[in-house]
Design a protein around this ligand. Sequence first.
Ligand code: ADP
Ligand code: MG
Length: 376
Amino acid sequence: MSTKVLEIKDVTVSFDGFKAINNLNFSMDEGELRVIIGPNGAGKTTFLDVISGKTKPTEGVAYFKGQDLRKYKEHEISRLGIGRKFQTPRVYLNLTPRENLDLSCNRNKNVFSTLFKKAPSAEKRTVGGLLETIGLDHKADIPAALLSHGEKQWLEIGMLVAQSPDLLLVDEPVAGLTDEETEQTGKLLMSLAESHSIVVIEHDMEFVRQIARQVTVLHQGSVLFEGTMDQVQTDPKVIEVYLGKETGLTPEQMLLLRIAATMAWADDNFADVQQALILDRLSRKFAHAPEEQAELRSDLQNLLATEIPLEDLVPQLTTQAQREEALMLSYEVISSNQINQTEAIVYQKLLNLLSLPPETVSRLEAAALEELAARG
Ligand code: ADP
Ligand code: MG
């Protein structure tokens, strides 16, 4: 029988009546690397707070390897073998990485904690081995203050590992990192996953795709969906909730975007240039502030990068105005570069599904081309 490293049963966390976690059920096997995603405010950080003992459940129970965590204080839970990495690195800046790791390795462990541990791999526990694992062996003896943001994150991960936890909790490890650092972080977590159970909360979908095996989607304090990244990205519930909430789009706007994205993918050849152009156009159309546009661009890239059959989408358009807008946007998208045969076929299908009068179609197509020309 395999013990669950984590088992969360009917947990609710209320803040003055507001349920940040709402009757949440979750379980995870030992040795798993689990990624938790969900829109802002979904309850992800609170979820980690419950596991690390920072917050006690209002209702329900969280078990770590069968032990009821309600009985322990935060520092006791950490000694039980749950290590948590917060978003901002907490390293000693005036000490070197080696000294930081030395301190963590020597932090006192009581008998209580060692009782529950499997023998940690000797290699990983030595400071030298750890420096290598986190890729800082060549910077081992310079002050940590001189490390990049990413390197500080790795050092802090190393400091957690030095305390040989069984379960690592990691909140948004790649926020603010460069692409290269992000990829390195992914590799580090995957290598640590060989000997630890890990929960990672993350926003960056490309990163999630890099590391994720099993993904749990939180929404309004509960589990909305669980599955592989492919399943997550094609689940309509997830797309709806995720994109809708992050960007404040209405369901109608979202539907239009999904139709346009499906058109863009019609020929299975969503060239980078074309993609950039379309995403830029769509994000400008649906978001105003530059930050919102950037966010929407990446959401679209992440979540609409799958073809959803037009037959499923078009019938959801309820008004004539929406059908007209869908046509115009789609025509704009496919006309943004040379329309090829596949696109033409899919466009024809869209026209059939929309069943707008021919003169309306001509008028909208002309308007779409004008819009394109105006934007250059
Ligand atoms: P996430 O990490 O998914 O963005 P959080 O767990 O931080 O979400 O927050 C979930 C919800 O609970 C949010 O609406 C947040 O405002 C609320 N919340 C979190 N902590 C507290 C608190 N200490 N008091 C009141 N509300 C809180
Ligand atoms: Mg959070």
